[in-house]
Structures are given as C-alpha cells and as structure tokens.
Design a protein around this ligand. Structure first.
Ligand code: MLT
Length: 271
C-alpha cells in the first residue's frame, strides 16, 4: 500500500478519441458474432463488444438473469473503461431488448441507437411457455440442444443451405454458450417488459436494420418500431435473415457508417 495514496480524480488523455459504438450480441451468441464489424468499423469508431454473462469468454454465472441486469453489465463495462459518453448502442435481437432497456435506464449516455433484427413487444403467453420448454431442453440435453434447434433459423434459407462456412461459424459461436447463460437469458427474455411505450419517447436518432428473410423475427416488427420512433431510419436488407451483419456485412456496415457520419459528422480526410 502506498502511504501517499489518497482519493483524487485523475484527468487523462486517451489517443482513442473517436466516438464509441457498443455492440450487444443476440442469443445464444457472443461478441464473436460482430467479427465483420470489429474488423471494418474501427476506423470510424471505438468498437466495444462485450460477451454477456454466461456467453463467450465471460463467466458462466448462474441465472435467472434479467434484461435490466444485462443492460447494467454493459453500462458498468463502459464506465470501467472510462468511455466518454454519449455513445451509440447497437443490439441484435436479444441485444436489441437490452439496448432498449439501456436507453430507458441511461438515456443521457445514448447518442444513438441501432436496433437490429429485434422487436419492441414482450413475449406472448405462448412464447413464454416456449422459453420454459427450451430451458428444460437445455437442462436435460445440454445448451447445444437449444442452439441446434435454432441454427437453421438463424440465417436466410439460402445461406443455411449453401454457405457452409457461415453455418459452421455461427454454430461454433453458439456452442460456446454455457448452460447457465442459456437458461439465464431465456428467463430474461421471457420476463422482459413491453418496450412499445418507450418507442415514442426516444429522443436519440435510431437506425433500425432487419433482414428481409428473418425467420425468427419478421420485418413487420421493424416497421412497427420505425413508425413509432420519432427520429428513425429503416434499412431492410435483402437476402439476409436474422444475422444481417454476418450475411450481408458490407451492406450492414455501410448503413451503420452512414448513421455514424450523420450523428458525429464525416472525418475530413484532407486534414
Ligand atoms: C436472439 O436472436 O437474440 C433471440 O432469437 C431473440 C428471441 O428469442 O427473442
């Protein structure tokens, strides 16, 4: 222990002075699903992609989880990294549920929202019962039994049938999900609140991205959000399913870059 140690607020400069983009993954994936964005968006923004509790390389803490807790985990991480706010929060599917909750809890931290392959509504009674069935399946047969059921629906049928590399990549990411993560996140999604009333209160600009061939969440959900959010753009990506950032990374990244440039201004390349 340093005898001179006392509490004080230390100022510092950081060479990474670009705005930050937080990428929140879907279920039952991990930050690895953002590989094309981590590769290509780094020249525009500082990209931070956490593994949610129970997923990827994060600790497999027992559940049940809540969407609020997952949003707080992300806020704590960015606080810990001293990220200069406000930043852009992007979430895919379950990540979108978390992004909306993040906005409700920390609107002052959010410069913009990107909602991908997601919906605002809560689970129906039937969907809640299906979450419980999936949790039972995971407990009885392992977490990969749930991913195996989901895999064919994660991408557009044309990719599932012909893009072996993409299918293997997604399968590998899903196989890293722990039993605690899968069961915990299923409970969080089952019990999430309806975010529809939040939509017309969103003051930040919002970009909504959806695959035209999404088999898990129909594009009509994206259109509903687009109509309800005051300052929203909608990009429906053709030939893409639930994972448009992996199926059509160039189109996806271009849409995100346009949004970021609108928000933060274009870099002057002559400078
Ligand atoms: C996801 O991709 O995160 C999940 O499919 C979302 C959900 O099951 O509601």
């Amino acid at each position: 222990m340093n005898e001179n140690e006392e509490d004080f607020v230390m100022a510092f400069q950081d060479s990474c002075d670009r705005p930050t983009l937080l990428l929140i993954h879907g279920f039952p994936l991990s930050s690895q699903m953002w590989t094309p964005q981590l590769e290509d968006l780094g020249e525009y923004v500082r990209v931070i992609a956490p593994d949610l509790r129970g997923f990827g390389q994060s600790d497999s803490v027992p559940g049940p989880y809540t969407i609020a807790q997952l949003a707080d985990d992300c806020a704590d991480l960015l606080g810990h990294l001293n990220v200069a706010s406000p930043f852009v929060v992007c979430g895919l599917s379950m990540g979108g549920y978390i992004a909306l909750e993040f906005y409700r809890r920390y609107p002052e931290l959010v410069a913009g929202l990107i909602l991908v392959s997601t919906r605002a509504g809560a689970d129906s009674e039937e969907a809640k019962a299906n979450r419980d069935k999936s949790a039972e399946l995971a407990k009885n047969e392992g977490a990969t039994a749930v991913s195996a059921q989901m895999l064919p629906k994660m991408m557009a049928p044309e990719f599932y049938e012909s893009d072996e590399e993409l299918v293997e990549f997604v399968e590998e990411i899903m196989s890293a999900a722990s039993l605690n993560g899968v069961v915990g996140a299923l409970a969080a999604m089952r019990d999430r609140i309806d975010s529809t009333p939040t939509l017309d209160d969103i003051a930040a600009p919002v970009l909504i991205i959806h695959g035209a061939d999404d088999q898990l969440i129909p594009p009509s959900e994206a259109e509903l959000m687009y109509k309800a959010i005051p300052d929203a753009d909608l990009v429906i990506i053709p030939d893409a399913g639930h994972l448009p950032n992996l199926e059509q990374p160039d189109i996806f990244n271009d849409a995100v870059i346009d949004f970021l440039e609108e928000l933060f201004g274009e870099d002057d390349e002559d400078e």
